[in-house]
Design a protein. Structure first.
Lengths: 240, 336
């Protein structure tokens, strides 16, 4: 655990020593703010309801998260520090977990900075605090799974740009896959499968204020799966 | 102590190292010498647990790198050729990360608990020692990206020695340094080599002669020669040469003919023979490898010159240098 934290600490220090982290977080806050207040017309609608705000999060994360994770392995390769990391006494699992933790922490910081939005909105009407907590829980779980996907793709990519593009594409597919069933009128098992795969579909009940253990299990197992894939890939490289 | 037994490593079907074996003892500096692509870096990557061998064994301090890579990594300090540094950290933050990774105390500030203070002391001492040894005082608060190439190299070295490892593996440790820095770093490596096992790779042959107690010359993934720098010279020395310049006491040197010189005992042939001016003659003479029993050829030549009334301006025995040996060994394969 000490090693995992050492790696995460280094990542977060680097992120805040460069403008990237600030720019990404600022971009995220600006975009979600504009979406809520201007595109959805929060004040015009006159309804103290933030469901729209939270529903758009998976789609926003499809861009935010790759911006956070693209550096993680691709940048190490560029600087040659990849070789340093793999010759320090860390296991592959600790490396992957440390990097996951740091990117997730940055995403969580971005999410935490949105708290003023529901706070100000609560002055305008009565809010159910329980729903809000559930919504935030859902956002964080979705972010965790997205970060795991981004980390895995970054670990495969040769440079930051391909890591970013690859992760955006992968996350967009995972977020939008449940729309496919509606679009093609898929039914029964096929629709169930497509929905089950979707990052957004499992998020839906959270944004309505419902915690379903199936959704919890989905996000947690997706995170574990992609982190495992990344760690497996690193180990395999030693033999090639 | 490092042991390599019949190490083979291939990358995607292409074998880079074909069965290399050697032992590096504690308290010695072993130099790996060879042209680019000879397998030096590959061997280092195996020894640091970055790659696993395709076959054969690499044992570091009695631990097989494949069986317990983490234990090996914690005993090894490694400076890769690319000198990996995080550009957006300061020197302090970078070394702090390495100290975290090496488990040197905790980064907790002193005063929290007595145990914490002692640990922080251990870390501070280690960082101070490494910074001092590598001449990085005054750069502690600087960002890595602001450092010049030479100081980056020093920081890379500080990183490698931070935890005072028993094994040091340095891939071209003096590239990018100016001559003064090179001397400093060589002195440092030499002193580290007194108590540790040091392996370094280099292109620079003087470096090997200056700091290595043993050399392995690699070519195309095989050991082409190994031994102490002076022994390698002796074993491979096909011949020695003598450079000679003579001046006729009066008149011209024209009377001196080539046959007279080459018929002297102990000489093999006269490889060049020319008059620099009417009075001065320069010759290069090849001779078989020096035999301790045989009389000194220099004496023979001197006596002969004096008896003929010539003044000896220069008489120099020229040993085959490591450089020439290197070229000889590593270019032989090309004709195949």
């Amino acid at each position: 655990m000490k090693n995992v934290l050492a790696i995460a600490k280094r990542e977060i220090r680097s992120a805040f020593n460069s403008p990237v982290a600030y720019a990404v977080i600022l971009g995220y806050l600006l975009f979600t703010g504009i979406y809520l207040y201007f595109i959805r017309g929060f004040y015009v609608a006159g309804q103290a309801d933030l469901r729209d705000y939270f529903t758009v999060m998976p789609l926003v994360f499809a861009f935010l998260v790759p911006a956070l994770t693209m550096r993680s392995w691709a940048e190490e390769r560029r600087l040659g520090t990849y070789e340093l990391l793999l010759t320090l006494p860390f296991t592959e699992g600790q490396l992957v977990l440390g990097k996951f933790l740091s990117s997730f922490a940055l995403a969580a910081i971005a999410v935490a900075l949105t708290i003023p939005v529901p706070l100000t909105a609560s002055m305008l009407g009565s809010f159910d605090a329980g729903i809000l907590v559930t919504q935030y829980l859902g956002v964080l779980l979705e972010a965790a799974a997205a970060v795991a996907v981004g980390e895995w793709i970054s670990s495969l990519a040769k440079n930051q740009v391909s890591a970013f593009v690859g992760s955006v594409l992968a996350l967009l597919c995972l977020v939008l896959v449940d729309r496919v069933s509606g679009f093609f009128g898929a039914q029964g098992l096929a629709a169930g499968l497509l929905n089950w795969l979707s990052l957004a579909f499992h998020y839906d009940s959270f944004s309505r204020g419902v915690v379903d253990t199936r959704d919890l299990a989905y996000y947690l197992s997706a995170s574990v799966l992609f982190l495992y894939l990344a760690s497996w890939g690193l180990t395999r490289r030693k033999w090639s | 102590m490092i042991e390599l037994r019949e190490l083979r490593k291939s990358y995607g079907g292409v074998e880079a190292v074909h069965g290399v074996s050697f032992t590096a003892e504690t308290g010695s500096v072993l130099g790996l010498l060879g042209p680019n692509g000879a397998g030096k870096t590959t061997i280092m990557k195996v020894l640091t647990g970055y790659h696993f061998p395709s076959s054969g064994k690499a044992v570091v301090d009695g631990i097989d790198v494949e069986e317990d890579p983490i234990a090996v990594k914690s005993r090894v300090g490694y400076l890769p050729e690319s000198v990996p540094l995080y550009q957006d950290l300061t020197v302090a933050e970078y070394l702090d990360f390495i100290a975290d990774a090496r488990g040197l105390g905790s980064s907790a500030k002193a005063g929290r608990a007595t145990a914490g203070a002692a640990e922080a002391g251990e870390r501070a001492r280690a960082i101070e020692r490494a910074i001092g040894a590598c001449g990085l005082e005054g750069f502690y608060r600087k960002k890595v990206e602001e450092l010049s190439k030479g100081y980056r190299q020093r920081l890379g070295l500080a990183q490698a020695i931070l935890h005072d490892p028993p094994i040091l593996i340095l891939d071209e440790p003096t590239t990018g340094l100016d001559p003064n820095q090179i001397i400093e770093i060589r002195e440092l490596i030499k002193s580290l080599g007194e108590s540790k096992t040091v392996i370094l790779s280099t292109h620079i042959l003087q470096e090997v002669e200056a700091i290595c107690s043993n050399v392995i010359i690699l070519n195309e993934g095989r050991v082409a020669a190994q031994g102490a720098p002076s022994e390698i010279g002796k074993a491979l020395k096909g011949e020695e040469r003598i450079r000679l310049r003579l001046k006729a006491a009066r008149g011209s040197a024209e009377g001196l003919d080539r046959e007279a010189l080459s018929s002297l005992p102990g000489l093999r042939s006269v490889s060049s023979f020319r008059a620099e001016s009417p009075a001065v003659l320069a010759a290069e003479i090849a001779m078989p490898p020096a035999d301790a029993e045989a009389p000194d050829v220099g004496e023979t030549i001197f006596d002969w010159a004096v008896s003929r009334g010539y003044k000896v301006l220069e008489l120099e025995r020229h040993r085959l240098s490591l450089e020439e040996i290197f070229v000889k060994l590593t270019s032989e394969g090309e004709g195949r």
